[in-house]
Design a protein around this ligand. Structure first.
Ligand code: KG4
Ligand code: ZN
Length: 349
């Protein structure tokens, strides 16, 4: 990918490819916002028995899924491969073996079709999920919060490609914390939706949880202390033989509120810190949480953009959407292949 290509004319019909974790996804997107198809092949069932994603299994199964997922993305879009004007691919961060499968496939496809290859940052891609099929147009400057299984990142964006990271978790990501507490009480991966379902039946006041990093006055997040607090509370209940369905529901509700309150508190702080903010975008797997959406809307007085539920988790439409912006608004360096290092999973921006 080190060689540079000239994007001329600017591509409008883009095939996105995403393989950074356990979903093999491809999508056809027109003009950066119109999703003609978004095919996702999930490997969830293969990883569930291990309680998390196994990198080797993920990489091997991406290989198996690539061809059928490509066919589905093209068929659903009613588009032939020869009409595609650029291939966009997640270059990182993610599981290195899984990324290599997607990048190699994308590169081969681009070479065969004689069209540009556009490398995309997965975390930045999540932000573009919030702009897909949106009712409102996008405003700048904005504050964007990415809350997924691997990342809890806060950005200030003064333009479509201006990703200034202003905050992040110093330990676990928020989604990862949901997954870990779920595992502690015997729920399978991914735990977030299961914890949310239990929390709906519980009382969030029953088990007081710490308001993590409240005094810090900065935009850092932390989830490992909350996870430990949850475990200690659970063990105390267990020791007193007080675990029943209601106790579990109350524990999940108390944990969920503390986890989400921290997100909303820091988001609100970021908006106050940058008073010219015109919009807030909240994305990533955890943004599917209904309670989270309500808390954000209660607290943030600006227009808030959430992705449609199908674009909260990993998908390739968001990758194609960001690639479109890179091709149309980026400098040459932003837009084109600036060289892909096999170690790029460590470049965490
Ligand atoms: O964005 P995503 O699909 O994958 C990554 O890029 O990591 O996020 C997956 C994460 C998992 O940790 C999952 O438990 C969490 O998002 N998640 C939720 C909910 N739905 C998914 N967390 C809380 N509440 C939910 N409803
Ligand atoms: Zn993701």
């Amino acid at each position: 990918m080190a060689e540079r290509q000239v994007l001329h004319p600017k591509p409008n019909l883009i095939l996105g490819i995403e393989s950074s974790c356990d979903d093999t996804a491809m999508a056809v997107v027109r003009n950066g916002v119109e999703v003609l198809s978004s095919a996702v092949s999930s490997q969830l069932a293969l990883h569930q028995e291990f309680g998390g994603v196994v990198p080797e299994i993920a990489a091997r199964n991406h290989l198996l899924a690539l061809k059928p997922v490509l066919k589905q993305a093209l068929d659903d879009a009613g588009v032939s491969l020869s009409e595609i004007e650029a291939v966009a691919v997640t270059q990182g961060p993610g599981l290195i073996g899984a990324l290599l499968v997607g990048v190699s496939f994308a590169k081969g496809l681009a070479i065969q079709l004689g069209i540009p290859l556009i490398p995309v940052n997965h975390v930045h891609g999540h932000i573009y999920a919030g702009f897909l099929e949106a009712k409102e147009s996008t405003h700048w400057p904005q504050v964007a919060l990415v809350v997924s299984g691997g990342h809890t990142h806060l950005y200030r964006m003064q333009g479509p490609l201006d990703f200034q990271r202003i905050g992040a978790s110093i330990d676990d990501a928020c989604g990862e914390c949901f997954d870990k507490v779920a595992k502690m009480i015997g729920l399978s991966y991914p735990g977030g939706p299961k914890v949310e379902a239990l929390a709906k039946k519980g009382c969030r006041e029953r088990f007081p949880m710490p308001r993590v990093l409240e005094e810090s006055g900065d935009l850092r997040f932390s989830y490992s202390g909350l996870k430990t607090h949850f475990l200690n509370t659970y063990r105390q209940l267990e020791a007193k033989a007080q675990i029943d369905d209601q106790a579990l529901a109350d524990l999940c509700a108390s944990f969920q509120y503390a986890a989400l309150e921290q997100l909303v508190r820091k988001l609100s702080m970021a908006v106050r810190k940058f008073p010219d903010t015109r919009q807030v975008t909240v994305v990533g797997g955890v943004s599917a949480n209904h309670c989270f959406r309500l808390l954000v809307e209660e607290e943030i007085k600006l227009p808030v953009s959430f992705p449609k539920l199908k674009y909260c988790s990993d998908n390739a439409a968001m990758i194609a959407a960001l690639a479109h912006s890179q091709a149309h608004f980026g400098s040459d360096g932003d837009a084109l292949c600036v060289g892909w290092s096999p170690y790029s999973r460590y470049e965490d921006s």
